[in-house]
Design a protein around this ligand. Structure first.
Ligand SMILES: Cc1ncc(COP(=O)(O)O)c(C=O)c1O
Length: 504
């Protein structure tokens, strides 16, 4: 039976036993007696060894998970995290301040989103980082006209505080657009937010306390992981394969962990680009209903599909159980910082109260301008112009990957969105590849940033939307060269697997 070296407990001591176990594991991890990634003994075994109840060990592991020391994988056990966030340079200088900071800003992974963002905006070379629309395609002039019109027609109303839930006309327009996509949505069900990021933040804070269990996809959007880390939620991750969230494993996760909430991206999943089919969406909803689990659907990429219509949203299939989030950032203008949440009015009321104390509302002027821009058909015109370019860039990236990446690398053709997800053989990638690429002037998003566990080092997210086809060719050639240099063996006659992506 596996043991934790040096772990002893004092059942009569002043410290609760579950804390003693958690402290023992943490100490063993800190002084190297347990290696990063080590699988902890099953709760039943450890309980037996220590002569305590299994619940006590479960509480200890939960405590370690909320502190960010361990993560659980459904059906596979509990593991020490492989790479706690490294201390950024200069951190030592923060000396005396460090003990003063709240967990909400200090927990490992809180800074993940900032790290993606910094890489994306700092690049001067070839950037495949971030997931932004192409600057040269932004409809700047048309939006300037919409702002002028908003000011001329309604300046006095739009330059004072507005309703916290959002301008009524914009909420109506969003509800209308969603009704056209098959959802049952009234104006009162819509909250305008500062991007989908704020919608995620408000929803998570409305339903989760520190230590509450959440089921997420592995990998998933870094911004959601950062919010969960700042809350101190207990994360249970369920793998995503080429057909999206593994509903067979979701069934186990929901039954075993009884989470309060499931966060999922069924269409153009960030980062894997997977799309769930209608059958698995219905399966997911049935499982959530059976386990009384709330579903948060992040539909960030709606409108950005090149090939075929995606299946109905989870919200269209079950408006009672699903809170739906989306954004104008990717399909239009991230600088507006306008997204939305759709939920029953009783939920919206709570979200509005929280939003009021966060920011007193999203800019009425920008909402007024956006409303006019949408009314004039500006979004549809923009997408008509932008989608063919994104599609061409996607195709350029796929062709470049085919030419320059070794046969062991795998990826899928995304049906929409802004990036391609690539898996290298395990052991390649990670920080060494990222640094080497950076030195050659190419940046991308490292796969680890999308994993709650610190795994995924062999994966890369390559954004094609913001680079020209020539830059894509050059950047992918450089990456391919660096990967080939690091590859241990070079098989000569292997076929590239078609449309394959490993189960992560
Ligand atoms: C899956 C997902 N959700 C939400 C967001 C947040 O978008 P924004 O706050 O810009 O609307 C992003 C941005 O990258 C995303 O990829």
């Amino acid at each position: 039976m596996k043991r934790i070296p040096g772990l002893t407990i004092d059942p009569d001591g002043p410290v609760p036993v579950y804390r003693q176990i958690a402290d023992g594991v943490r100490n063993a991890a800190c002084d190297g007696r347990l290696a990063p990634g080590h699988r902890l003994p099953p709760t039943r075994d450890l309980a037996h060894q220590l002569g305590v109840s299994r619940q006590t060990v479960v509480a200890a592991y939960d405590h370690l998970a909320t502190e960010g020391w361990v993560h659980g994988r459904t059906g596979k056990g509990t593991f020490l995290v492989t790479s706690p966030e490294p201390t950024p340079p200069g951190r030592e200088a923060e000396g005396g301040w460090l003990p003063a900071f709240a967990r909400a800003v200090e927990a490992p992974k809180v800074g993940g989103l900032l790290s993606v963002y910094r890489t994306a905006i700092a690049s001067e070379g070839i950037s495949f980082a971030g997931s932004y629309p192409a600057p040269e395609l932004l409809p700047v002039d048309a939006f300037a006209r919409a702002i002028d019109r908003a000011l001329a027609e309604d300046g006095r109303r739009l330059l004072v505080y507005g309703p916290t839930a959002g301008q009524l006309e914009l909420r109506e327009t969003i509800a209308n657009r969603m009704r056209l996509a098959g959802s049952r949505v009234g104006t009162d069900d819509v909250l305008v937010t500062n991007g989908a990021q704020q919608a995620i933040e408000l929803v998570f804070h409305t339903f989760l306390e520190r230590g509450d269990t959440v089921v997420i996809e592995e990998p998933t959007y870094t911004g959601a992981l950062s919010v969960l880390a700042s809350i101190g939620a207990r994360i249970v991750s369920v793998p995503v394969d080429e057909r999206g969230l593994r509903t067979d494993l979701l069934a186990i996760a929901l039954e075993r962990h009884r989470p309060r909430l499931l966060y999922v991206q069924p269409t153009s999943h960030n980062p894997t680009t997977a799309v769930m089919d209608e059958r698995s969406r219905r399966e997911l909803l049935a499982l959530a209903a059976r386990n009384r689990c709330l579903v948060v659907e992040d539909d960030w990429a709606s409108g950005l599909q090149f090939e075929g219509e995606p299946p109905p949203t989870l919200h269209a299939l079950d408006p009672e159980r699903v809170i739906h989030l989306s954004t104008f950032s990717k399909k239009l203008l991230p600088g507006l910082r306008i997204g939305w949440a759709v939920a029953p009015p009783v939920v919206i009321e709570r979200l509005v109260a929280l939003k009021q104390i966060r920011d007193c509302g999203t800019s009425p002027l920008l909402q007024g301008a956006l409303q006019r821009f949408l009314e004039d058909g500006g979004l549809d015109a923009h997408l008509k112009n932008a989608l063919p370019s994104y599609r061409a860039r996607r195709d350029a990236m796929l062709a470049a990957l085919e030419r320059h990446f070794p046969v062991e690398a795998s990826w899928r053709k995304p049906a929409g969105g802004l990036f391609v997800w690539v898996a290298l053989p395990v052991g390649l990638g990670g920080e060494p590849l990222f640094q080497a690429a950076r030195e050659r002037g190419v940046v991308y998003s490292r796969g680890e940033l999308f994993h709650s566990s610190g795994g995924g080092g062999h994966t890369l997210r390559l954004t094609y939307s913001t680079a020209s086809p020539e830059m894509i060719e050059r950047g992918v050639a450089i990456l391919g060269e660096l990967i080939r240099e690091r590859r241990p063996e070079r098989p000569e006659h292997r076929e590239r697997p078609v449309e394959s992506m490993p189960i992560l």
